[in-house]
Ligand binder design. Sequence first.
Ligand SMILES: *Cc1c(COP(=O)(O)O)cnc(C)c1O
Length: 433
Amino acid sequence: MKFISTRHQASSLPFSETLLHGIAPDGGLYVPESIPIFDLSHIKRIETKTSFSKFAVDILRPFLKGDLLEQSLESICQEAFNFPVTFFDLDSETSVLELFYGPTAAFKDFGARFLASCLSRLAQQRGISFHILVATSGDTGGAVASAFFQRPNTQVTVLFPKGRISSLQEKQITVWGENVSALAVNGSFDDCQRLVKEMLSDTNSKAKLALTSANSISLGRLLPQILYYASSSLEHCHRHGSEANYIIPSGNLGNAMGAFYARKMGFPLGKIVLVQNANCPLVDYLKNDVWATRPSIPTLANAMDVGNPSNMERLNHLFPTRKEVLSAFEAFSVSDAEIQESIRQGFSKWGQIWCPHTATAGWIRLDQKQGRWIIVATAHPSKFSETVEPLLGRKIPLPSSLAEIYSRPSHFQEIEPELKALQAKIGQTHSFF
Ligand SMILES: *Cc1c(COP(=O)(O)O)cnc(C)c1O
């Protein structure tokens, strides 16, 4: 299997090599040159219950056919997916797919952990060490830091905007040490992202330091997001005898691409609804047929505060005509007031405690949609206790993995938002404690 650029000007590459490039040399994103189709009569026999990681190997194998990592796929999946996925019915028409039982309590653990296992093995095969740079506005940095911690032959530097992320998010980025370092940038998230881009486009330091990125456009983060749609749709079909319809809280559309690919691969997914918060370029696009991005505005569901979704090119590649786009999915926008109302109603109706992201999907189920739907739950509510606790009038205990992080000391250095300052820090190969 090879992967091609959405802009068709770069040569096609196997999976492993796309990981080192990140973005294709023509500025496009890598996508599979063809989607492997699974025969349902065959996949029904794949046991999804006994082991998610075994299921993962069967589903991902065609994507890694002929790749340097093909032989390691089993151990990669075992290492990456060492936490549960839960899928249960709330009532006769509503189910929940909970994706937040990984170490940082959000669905980004699936992608970050798979990518970390892949890059670590690639570096070992080559006898080198990769230096991974990530800019974060909050959640991604924690998932990446935790996923790469103590992985051989990798060194990670996370850049975050100083004083602009929550204290829990800062803890998730700064407690690690060893091969994971944190830099507090005196600036905004956009400054952090610009610094990473500048550093990666400086071919000299890129080659010298074996620099690469771990942002959401990496195929190593995208492919594993197919898995939980594949497995839950099979389980749904088994339980209810029908295709599974999903409501997905969306920002950069990485999670949504996982669902679209799973459906193309032949898994029994029916309708797909994408929910955005007040940042809703996709909703406007469906309505007006004009793609307009804008600066993001802050909302309660801050991991979805995206004005220019990075996976839009992949979506357009998969659905090249307006007709295909319109029949592939629906999109809705949910306001902060509706998020709050959804959190209240989810609790009073079903006893569910939702994070603000999950609540956007919950709201569409409560307010709009009849019929059977699956709410995709993307983060543990305790990560957003300042929003959720006052609405429900109760304390939400942290999962043990997060509570443990709070007890550890933070370490980070500060830099000004300038390339020179970043270069000076990255030049030191050991973690800067
Ligand atoms: C990142 C994130 C999202 C948005 O996912 P995309 O793949 O960017 O669309 C939704 N909810 C949570 C909790 C997230 O961390």
